[in-house]
Design a protein around this ligand. Structure first.
Ligand code: NI
Length: 189
């Protein structure tokens, strides 16, 4: 079922999401929630969605990038369900990414780690550890921020870079896509 995506200003987006217990993962309520998150993310052309964005403050995020009209420069991410994800930066390299969010009607520039290690449990209860790079690492950091009640606007170093999607298209897209395409070619995901 497609669920309503909460928008900035809704206090739930500022909550600290709760850890999912190992016994909770197989519950029909949890599995149904995950199905709804995937359906809602896809319907909105999102690259990711956290449970808190549909009003459930639990530590679950879903991510998927195929050919995304919102973010055509993003490398693909196969459908990933991350339960209780934890991120560790591997080094100090950062990249400035122009981000959007299904809960915020603006885009803005945010610095993200380029190389991270992620640990998470999938919807079948299997634990994973993996290295993520570049824009994919950025997507992970954005989604994990949601679980701590953090929105990308909190991390925008210069609020003057905030733009509506129309004004991003008009004034920022060309230069950003050119720079980030070179970055993706260099770093991969
Ligand atoms: Ni978001």
């Amino acid at each position: 079922m497609i669920r309503r995506i909460r928008q900035i200003g809704d206090p739930i987006l500022r909550q600290l999401a709760e850890t999912i217990g190992p016994d909770e993962i197989g519950d029909s309520a949890t599995q149904l929630l995950i199905d709804d998150m995937i359906e809602t993310m896809r319907a909105a052309n999102g690259a990711g969605l956290a449970a808190i964005q549909i009003g459930v403050p639990k530590r679950i995020a879903v991510m998927e990038v195929t050919r995304n009209p919102r973010y055509p420069y993003k490398p693909p991410i196969s459908l990933t369900v991350a339960i209780n994800p934890v991120i560790t930066a591997i080094d100090d390299e950062v990249v400035e990414i122009n981000e959007g969010c299904l809960s915020v009607p603006l885009r803005g520039f945010v610095n993200r780690h380029v190389n991270i290690e992620v640990r998470y449990t999938d919807r079948d209860g299997n634990d994973h550890t993996a290295t993520k790079r570049g824009l994919t690492a950025g997507t992970w950091q954005h989604e994990c921020d949601h679980l701590d009640g953090v929105l990308f606007v909190d991390r925008v170093a210069d609020p003057r870079t905030l733009a509506t999607w129309d004004e991003y298209d008009r004034h920022h897209r060309e230069a950003f896509v050119e720079r980030i395409t070179r970055f993706v070619e260099r770093v991969g995901s």
